[in-house]
Structure formats: structure tokens, C-alpha cells
Design a protein around this ligand. Structure first.
Ligand SMILES: [Zn+2]
Length: 147
């Protein structure tokens, strides 16, 4: 069930702690967006923009996100598409689809971040660059989220 059928977008620098339902917060600064789950469960859904995650389209009035948002890690397991500010319910995920998506996601990230992971080892070896660690921990969390 989708309670919020429309999302207003709000461009922000930082994603706020408390997300207003029905609002899609977009931070170009951090290349990410977040919203309160459209089923109304109140869970925070974060959709980062990367070459292997989501892509945002802004037509000057409304925002679309691609691909669909599958909250199979949340209790509600909601699945919807955000197209021109409208929330369109998509079919529920089967266990096989979830596993297939995990495999696709892992493979895509492995391909994309392979060169970056080698960078990371260099960063870890040089103690004066510790500020980068948080960033890499985040990427590692993304890599590991399906395990
Ligand atoms: Zn939900």
C-alpha cells in the first residue's frame, strides 16, 4: 500500500534528521536523496546517486528517480517508482528477485569500484589521509549491504 502518491521535492544541502512524509529531499552537494517511505511506515529511504545506484531526472518542475525503489530491507517491503513526482506502486519483490538484484548490484559495484578499492588500500597505508576513511567505509557498507 502506498500512502503518499506524490512527492514534493526539496533541494537541500544536508538531508535533515527528521524527514517530512511526502517530501523528497535532494542534496546535490552529497549526490543523494532521501524520503520517508511512501507506504507511510516512516522509515527513512536513502537513494544515493552513483553510476551503480540511482539516477535523478529533474525536468524543472518534478523529479524522477531510476530505477525503482525496492525497500526489501524494510519491514514493509514496499516497492515503487518515482516518476515526475508521482509515486507508482510496483509489484512486491519475490525472494528470487531480491537475490537477483543483490547479485546484480554486487557485480555492478565490484566492476565499478574495483579501481577505487585499489585506491583505498593506498589511502589506508598513508596515515595522513585518514579523513577519507569514512567515505570508503560508506562504500564498503554499500558493497556489503546484501550479504
Ligand atoms: Zn514503508
Amino acid at each position: 500500500m502506498i500512502r503518499h502518491k506524490r512527492l514534493k521535492h526539496r533541494f537541500v544541502e544536508h538531508i535533515p534528521e527528521c524527514l517530512e512524509p511526502g517530501v523528497l529531499y535532494v542534496s546535490m552537494e552529497y549526490a543523494t536523496s532521501a524520503h520517508s517511505c511512501c507506504c507511510g511506515c516512516g522509515e527513512e529511504v536513502v537513494t544515493p546517486f552513483t553510476p551503480t545506484d540511482w539516477k535523478m531526472t529533474y525536468d524543472g518542475e518534478t523529479i524522477s528517480l531510476h530505477p525503482s525503489i525496492g525497500n526489501w530491507m524494510l519491514k514493509c517491503r514496499s516497492h515503487y517508482v518515482i516518476r515526475q513526482g508521482m509515486v507508482i506502486e510496483a509489484g512486491p519483490w519475490s525472494q528470487e528477485q531480491v537475490e537477483a538484484e543483490c547479485r546484480r548490484d554486487r557485480a555492478a559495484k565490484r566492476r565499478f569500484y574495483r579501481s577505487s578499492v585499489q585506491e583505498q588500500k593506498k589511502v589506508e597505508l598513508s596515515p595522513d589521509k585518514t579523513s577519507k576513511t569514512g567515505f570508503w567505509v560508506n562504500i564498503r557498507n554499500w558493497l556489503n549491504r546484501c550479504w
